[in-house]
Design a protein around this ligand. Structure first.
Ligand code: E4P
Length: 217
């Protein structure tokens, strides 16, 4: 399973990429706004840090505008994936991007039927939003399961990118039901390393080791 970081914070990204565990990055207009920086600069810097896919989202709502913006974004670096909203216009743009060989991440997916259309349009990635569905009273993980079934039934190669991840449990559950990737906010990514029993166990091991008076080197 590929793990992406959902961030526009380049310093945080560099720190986490040093673990060798960050396979890619996703961004969205809200995260660009939060950074307070120029989008093209931020995406360029991110692409210099990670070799894997970096999603950069279009801001236009119409197909022609999405195509113009997506083509521009795709010139930033070879690993840019153009993020397109799951609308009628967005899927028409997705189909054209696929024809042109531009990778796409179709975002804001909240139903299995939307995901089916995105795959038929040739999306490289589909982003079902787990946390926002949970907030809405549904079970986001059920959506991942449904999409997995549909894509496997028909051999679609669109990758399922679990998004709107809120907890380490979301990551584990998405992996269990067959998501290809998950995009994770930095605080949740940090939490993936941790378990109270790991900390407690290590503390005890180190105390006992100190009592031996030994040194490995
Ligand atoms: C995914 O590509 C989105 O950027 C992100 O996962 C949205 O997460 P949120 O619902 O926490 O804003």
């Amino acid at each position: 399973m590929q793990l992406f970081l959902d961030t526009t914070d380049v310093a945080v990204l560099k720190d986490m990429a040093a673990t060798g565990l960050v396979d890619g990055v996703t961004t969205n207009p809200s995260l660009i706004a939060k950074s307070g920086r120029n989008m093209l600069d931020v995406i360029g810097e991110i692409c210099a840090v990670v070799e894997g896919p970096v999603s950069a989202e279009v801001a236009a709502a119409d197909t022609a505008g999405m195509l113009d913006e997506g083509r521009r974004l795709s010139t930033i670096a070879p690993n840019v994936v153009v993020k397109v909203p799951l609308t009628r216009d967005g899927l028409i743009a997705t189909r054209e991007f696929a024809r042109e060989g531009i990778l796409t991440n179709v975002t804001l997916c909240f139903s299995a039927s939307q995901a089916l259309l995105a795959a038929k349009a040739g999306a490289s990635y589909i982003s079902p939003f787990i946390g926002r569905l949970d907030d809405h009273g549904a079970d986001g993980m059920d959506l991942i399961t449904e999409i997995r079934t549909i894509y496997d039934n028909y051999g679609f190669d669109t990758e399922i990118l679990a998004a709107s991840i809120r907890t380490p449990a979301h990551v584990a559950q998405a992996a269990m039901v067959g998501a290809d990737c998950a995009t994770i906010p930095p605080d949740v990514f940090q939490a993936l390393f941790k378990h109270p029993l790991t900390e407690k166990g290590l503390d005890q091991f180190l105390k006992d080791w100190a009592k031996t008076g030994q040194s490995i080197l």
